[in-house]
Design a protein around this ligand. Structure first.
Ligand code: NAP
Length: 496
């Protein structure tokens, strides 16, 4: 039974702006074109919205560029209070944001509420950081110069975000940019633009001046953002999405030596040692694997378990995974929603099939679910050979492949045998081992005896081909600040 009525869904969808948000105004695309936003749990159209063109992209950057100088001069407190009001508004409208994400992306309402809390927290965190931007003053060692080091906003930014966390992936960029005094153009994922539009409306109501944030949903991502990346008015590109697209954007950004932040793909290992608390490890694996239906860059993609506990762990994990309720996200008790589209479901099933061909054993799940929507059974695969194809690619679905290892050295070697380096998790009661892993695993983030690391107060990001730069924490605002040094003549020169 649905906990939300059809009327409530319709009322919310009808209240969301359908235009592009450029220079503080909602307007149609220059050609009048629109595209459909689909509910992945039914495959049906929710609404049609404006489809930005190359000209619209240029208008958005022109607005961001025009607003930059005056925005950079605003008092930090003014920017902080806009962010704080936005935090209050998103929190007050948590049910609307959650339902919207459930409708356009498919995640269950409970998870969507979790994302609202997480996404809103970036607004509060960077509201607090706004007033702490500072520099330093020093006397040079020879005593002849004074050194003033200051922080300046980078300037107009382009943000490109994915569909899997429609609110949080946007606030993780927008909040520090507002805090630093940057203006911006946001291109949300074409699959999930509605959350970004509601958020833009909230920021407008919170007092964000015209032109500071511009939002241009489009079905022509490359064609619309390409010219912006080459435009000298743009000073920063921050992208969250696949490594494949990120690589291409880094190459394009080289032309004007654009500052870039890249939050790219992952292939997270989750290590379970023979001394682990297995109940805790199973809970951690459920969280790391099934949060967001497995459609997360932080999802545990390779579950590496010591050979002496591998069978028991697989059995216990499968018992829990098999009990998950798969349903439309608005259904009471839904724990896993649909995958975002048919292409994603097809890819997940191909990976499962290839793993079986490679010698894996299906403990639970392993098939698509018939009916409307793009549902897939939560799946556990045991005895997966270490060279199976499924371990080399991001699964992006509710599938947990389990690989047995012999000892710590082999576990570390397996964990590091990937071009990705976003996050790793490990379960062990041995603190020394935990610290060894923290030093030896090639990742930007490490969860010790926990299946979740995302936290607005911590620096999120990867190494190797998982990205460049950090979002959140004290580090997050630095991505939007330039360091400027002013050399000042010795004020006592005349007296010397
Ligand atoms: P994606 O295909 O790379 O798309 C991400 C964004 O880039 C979308 O807005 C997309 O627009 C746009 N895009 C696609 N091609 C482009 C091009 N040629 N030029 C400019 N923009 C382009 O990734 P996705 O499927 O949406 O998201 C899943 C990926 O994101 C996974 O690899 C996941 O690991 C990664 N991710 C990483 C993090 C992190 O923090 N490290 C967080 C979340 C997700 P369209 O919507 O029009 O395709």
């Amino acid at each position: 039974m649905s906990v939300i009525t059809e009327t409530a869904e319709r009322t919310l969808i009808d209240s969301i702006p359908r235009g592009l948000f450029i220079d503080g105004r909602w307007r149609d695309a220059s050609t009048g074109g629109t595209f459909a936003v689909i509910d992945p749990s039914t495959g049906e159209e929710l609404v049609r919205i404006a489809d930005a063109t190359v000209e619209d992209g240029e208008a958005a950057l022109a607005a961001a560029h025009a607003a930059q100088a005056s925005w950079a001069r605003t008092a930090p407190r003014e920017r902080a209070e806009i962010l704080r009001r936005a935090f209050d508004a998103v929190t007050a409208r948590a049910d609307d944001f959650a339902l919207l994400m459930t409708l356009e992306m498919g995640k269950p309402l409970a998870e969507a509420r979790g994302e609202v809390a997480y996404g809103a927290e970036f607004l509060r965190w960077f509201s607090e950081e706004t007033a702490r931007i500072s520099g330093r003053f020093a006397t040079a060692p020879d005593g002849k110069t004074r050194l003033l080091v200051m922080k300046r906003p980078v300037g107009p930014c382009l943000f490109i975000t994915p569909w899997n966390f429609p609110l949080a992936m946007a606030t993780r960029k927008i909040a520090p940019a507002i805090a630093a005094g940057c203006t911006m153009v946001l291109k949300p994922a074409a699959l999930t633009p509605l959350t970004a539009m509601l958020f833009a409306q909230v920021l407008q109501e919170a007092g964000l001046p015209a032109g500071v944030l511009n939002v241009i949903p489009t079905t022509s991502a490359g064609r619309v953002t390409g010219p912006l990346v080459k435009d000298a008015r743009l000073r920063k590109l921050s992208f969250t999405g696949s490594t494949e697209v990120g690589r291409r954007l880094i190459a394009d950004a080289a032309d004007q030596v654009l500052r870039v932040s890249m939050e790219l793909g992952g292939n997270a290992p989750l290590l379970v040692f023979d001394d682990a608390d297995l109940d805790q490890a199973v809970e951690g694996a459920l969280l790391a694997k099934l949060r967001n239906g497995g459609e997360a860059c932080t999802a545990a993609n390779r579950i590496l378990v010591h050979e002496s506990v591998a069978d028991e762990f697989s059995t216990r994990l499968a018992a829990r995974v098999g009990g998950y309720r798969v349903a439309r996200g608005t259904e009471e008790g839904a724990q896993i929603g649909p995958l975002v589209d048919e292409a994603t479901r097809t890819k997940v099933h191909e990976l499962v099939t290839s793993a079986i061909e490679d010698g894996a054993r299906v403990v639970v799940g392993g098939s698509a679910i018939d009916g409307p929507g793009y549902f897939y059974q939560p799946t556990v695969l045991a005895d997966v050979p270490a060279d199976a194809r499924i371990l080399g690619e991001e699964i992006f679905g509710p599938v947990a492949p389990i690989v047995a290892f012999r000892d710590e050295a082999e576990a570390i070697a397996l964990a590091n045998a990937t071009e990705f380096g976003l996050v790793a998790y490990a379960f062990t009661k041995d603190l020394n081992r935990g610290l060894r892993l923290a030093e030896e695993l090639e990742v930007g983030m490490f969860g010790l005896n926990t299946g979740i690391v995302s936290n607005p107060a911590a620096p999120f990001g990867g190494v190797k081909q998982s990205g460049l730069g950090r979002e959140g924490g004290f580090e997050g605002i630095e991505e939007y600040l330039e360091t400027r040094y002013v050399g000042i003549a010795d004020p006592f020169a005349a007296a010397r």
